[in-house]
Design a protein around this ligand. Structure first.
Ligand code: ZN
Length: 256
């Protein structure tokens, strides 16, 4: 189970956060919260309450982080509500990308759907999911390519159905992203020597497996003791439908 409550949100740079507070900028609501250690209260950036001394201010990526530091929610600005709203919007955009992964998606189109400016969508998407919409889209296409290959589709079909523009493009990128050529991936990595490592990232636990052709990045839960990609693939099969639906159902179950 991916526990999104422990996912690291990305905060803007401190200078940008201080400016947002000075401006009481509502466009920064949902990107971070700030707490005042002398009052024990945390607020959204646009809170109209009296400004605190800079040395008493602490920044947090989200309400949960502020609360685990012992602060309580401001009754005036209700920062939880703005965070939940931003998360819902970004989840909707991410689901749209997932469902339309094989199509050409532009930041401008996605921003229109979210009723945000492209710059704000970019910033909020990164704040919530830790990656840009473009990287998320690339990952979604790659998942489609992988499931097509695993389903035994021809390489040309799998590439086309995943929405990659040309076969040659995938071949030049696949060694990096699949960790091997599509045909080797299709065979389950047979004949490839795979080294792997795992670490925690903003996206959750990640597995990085390297062959002499490149690097495969995936879910750490797919590690097996022998370190073979075919075993990784079997586990991936079981968890396939997983990542996104698990993540969103978990999020939805958090008390709102
Ligand atoms: Zn407040």
């Amino acid at each position: 189970m991916t526990d999104t409550s422990t996912m690291t949100r990305k905060m803007p740079a401190e200078g940008a956060m201080r400016r947002a507070l000075a401006d009481r900028d509502p466009r920064s609501d949902g990107l971070f919260v700030y707490g005042v250690i002398t009052t024990g209260v945390y607020c959204r950036p646009s809170c109209p309450s009296r400004s605190a001394k800079p040395e008493n201010i602490r920044f947090f990526p989200d309400p949960a982080a502020a609360e685990s530091a012992g602060l309580r929610e401001c009754k005036r600005c209700r920062p939880r509500a703005s965070h939940d709203r931003v998360s819902r919007v970004i989840e909707t955009v991410a689901q749209y990308i997932e469902q339309h992964a094989s199509e050409r998606l532009t930041l401008g189109d996605l921003a229109k759907r979210a009723h945000l400016s492209p710059a704000h969508l970019q910033r909020r998407f990164k704040a919530v999911l830790g990656v840009s919409p473009k990287m998320y889209h690339d990952a979604a296409r790659l998942r489609r390519l992988k499931s097509g290959l695993k389903a035994g589709k021809s390489i040309v079909d799998a590439i086309a159905e995943a929405g990659f523009e040309s076969t040659s493009r995938v071949y030049s990128h696949a060694p990096r992203s699949l960790g091997m050529t599509p045909s080797a991936y299709r065979r389950g990595g047979a004949g490839e020597t795979i080294a792997y490592a795992a670490r925690d990232t903003a996206m959750g636990p990640l597995l990085m497996a390297a062959t002499d052709r490149g690097v495969y990045v995936g879910d750490r839960r797919l590690i097996d003791r022998k370190g073979t990609l075919s075993e990784c693939r079997r586990r991936e099969d079981r968890q396939e439908r997983g990542d996104w639906s698990e993540t969103s159902s978990h999020r939805n179950s958090r008390g709102r």
